[in-house]
Design a protein around this ligand. Structure first.
Ligand code: MTE
Ligand code: MO
Length: 525
């Protein structure tokens, strides 16, 4: 009896070690799904092994296991880790601290392995580290439960069988068994979820690269010559996708493959519509240049960009659904549940409000709403530009408040007229003489009619304006200034196509967009 029990204790310790390792790997897979497939310790350690393996071994592995050699490699890593984990479990039985340090050391090794990838960032160390910490916690708990079972046995053995062991040892053993089952479940669920999510990520990337964009039935008006002013420091007329500002509430990007996407148009309509991605691409497509701005952008701030969008005219779609006369709100919802309310009248008033599928000639980037987003010229993004849109409901503003409106932001928010000085900035080296003061101005759908610059509160000078393809894009401007040495304050203001000059009153972005004139302080030498 004693021998049997004596050997059962370390067996439980070894099992605790194995389960802790399983949980560590499982949680690491889950974290890796949000970071990058390559940051998974299994993948990362495997990659290091491949790097270090002698050529003959690599050749042998490929020749013997063929395409499965990566799988065999992962299994190899798992087997070695299992051995080490069981040993650490035994070790933890007597004194947990060195074993816990061992677990953390393994985690650190996994993190270092991930960081050796040339494409890695510091985030790549997270899966192994998070895995190690959860693994260590699970090991501590299981060892405590196992030891609880064992130490409670001992007095009864010494005292002799005054009560039947089956009854007295039951609850203790049960808690270890329960703990083990819990750990196994945690490992399985986190690992499974991690694999599922990273596969989905892979699926959405390949879905995006498989998209063939049709030609627009109505191409973008060709750019007039003189859309771009040749001034160093001027932003490009089209903001490249990679540097386009990004604002949203999501932690992990929604990953919706185009094949799985559908859009439901419902609510106060005569006919409900459901569209697939293919349905959308088969409709007449328009291509337009539209500047998008965020309501959170401070005066002079970076949350504005201009792109060429390809998509389906929203008004056509809504007309097909038949919008009831008393519906004043188009409530759109994204795959992650974010909501946005757009005035139905704005979408129907003839402007190029669209369901966009492409941005600057490529399918929408994942971060900018793949596969489909809304774009409405003239409105801030939070009331118009739903990314990953999957649902459009016709309703009433009085009835349905979208996400930001329930958090203190405005219900309706047309873009405010704004001008920004992009050059010179306080960081620029300004030499006395003729200095271009330049930047962009925007008042989407109303257009920019005039831009004026003044120095040190002096008289306003009208800036030269670039040409624009439509009133929906930003407009570059430049004013040449005879700069004299000293500290100077440059200011800009714009006037929109309706003759309204932007107000000098300074206001914060909340609730419907910042106001005030952008000011740049520069030192001229
Ligand atoms: N699904 C979803 N769509 C969204 C948002 C969001 O949080 N979730 N943010 C909006 C806001 S506030 C802005 S300014 C624009 C920004 O679009 P971009 O990230 O493509 O520049 O997206 C809008 N669409
Ligand atoms: Mo925004």
């Amino acid at each position: 009896m004693d021998d049997e029990r004596g050997s059962r204790r370390p067996a439980r310790a070894g099992l605790a070690g194995l389960l802790a390792a399983a949980v560590a790997l499982g949680t690491a897979e889950l974290v890796a799904a949000f970071v990058d497939r390559g940051s998974s310790p299994l993948v990362a350690v495997g990659a290091v092994v491949i790097d270090w393996a002698p050529t003959w071994l690599e050749q042998f592995a490929i020749a013997t296991f063929g395409a499965a050699n990566k799988l065999v490699l992962s299994l190899g890593v798992i087997v070695v880790l299992a051995g080490v984990a069981a040993a650490l479990g035994y070790r933890a039985w007597g004194r947990p601290v060195p074993a816990i340090l061992g677990v953390l050391l393994l985690g650190a090794a996994g993190a270092v392995a991930a960081l050796t990838d040339p494409g890695s960032t510091w985030l790549w160390s997270l899966p192994a580290l998070v895995g190690a910490v959860t693994g260590a916690a699970v090991l501590l708990v299981l060892i405590r439960l196992a030891r609880g079972t064992a130490t409670r046995h001992r007095p009864r053995e010494v005292a002799g069988a005054t009560s039947p062991p089956a009854v007295t040892t039951g609850p203790d053993r049960r808690s270890f068994v329960l703990g083990s089952v819990g750990a196994a479940a945690l490992a399985g669920v986190s690992g499974g979820a991690g694999r599922f999510l990273s596969e989905r990520r892979f699926a959405v990337a390949s879905s995006r690269s498989a998209v063939r964009l049709p030609r627009p039935d109505s191409p973008a008006p060709s750019l007039p010559t003189g859309t771009r002013l040749d001034v160093p420091g001027m932003p490009r007329f089209f903001t490249p996708n990679g540097s386009f500002y990004r604002v949203d509430t999501v932690l992990a990007l929604p990953r919706v493959p185009a094949e799985e996407w559908s859009l439901r148009v419902h609510g106060m309509v005569d006919r409900e519509l459901t569209l697939t991605y293919d349905d959308l691409l088969r409709r007449p497509l328009i291509e337009r240049d539209i500047t998008l701005a965020c309501v959170s952008n401070p005066v002079g701030g970076p949350y504005v960009g201009n792109a060429r969008w390809l998509g389906v005219r929203l008004a056509d779609l809504l007309r097909e659904a038949g919008v009831r006369a008393d519906a004043d709100e188009v409530l759109s919802r994204s795959a992650d549940g974010w909501t946005c309310g757009t005035p139905a009248a704005t979408i129907m008033d003839g402007r190029d409000a669209m369901l966009a599928v492409a941005m600057n000639g490529e399918p929408l980037p994942l971060a900018h709403g793949f596969p489909v987003r809304m774009v409405v010229p003239g409105l801030y993004g939070f009331v118009s530009a739903t990314k990953w849109v999957v649902d459009i409901e016709l309703t009433r503003f009085a009835r349905a408040k979208p996400y930001w409106a329930t958090r203190g932001w405005a219900l309706r928010a047309p873009v405010k007229t704004m001008a920004r000085i992009d050059t010179p900035t306080s960081a620029t080296d300004v030499r006395a003489g003729r200095v271009p003061v330049a930047g962009v101005a925007w008042a989407q759908h109303r257009g920019i009619d005039r831009v004026e610059v003044r120095v040190d509160g002096g008289p306003w000078h009208e800036a030269r304006k670039a040409k624009v393809p439509s009133a929906d894009t930003w407009r570059q401007w430049v004013h040449y200034w005879d700069a004299e040495p000293g500290e100077h304050e440059l200011q800009v203001r714009a006037t929109d196509g309706r003759g309204r000059t932007q107000t000098s009153r300074e206001n914060s972005p909340l609730p419907d967009g910042a106001t005030g004139w952008h000011t740049a302080s520069v030192t001229v030498t």
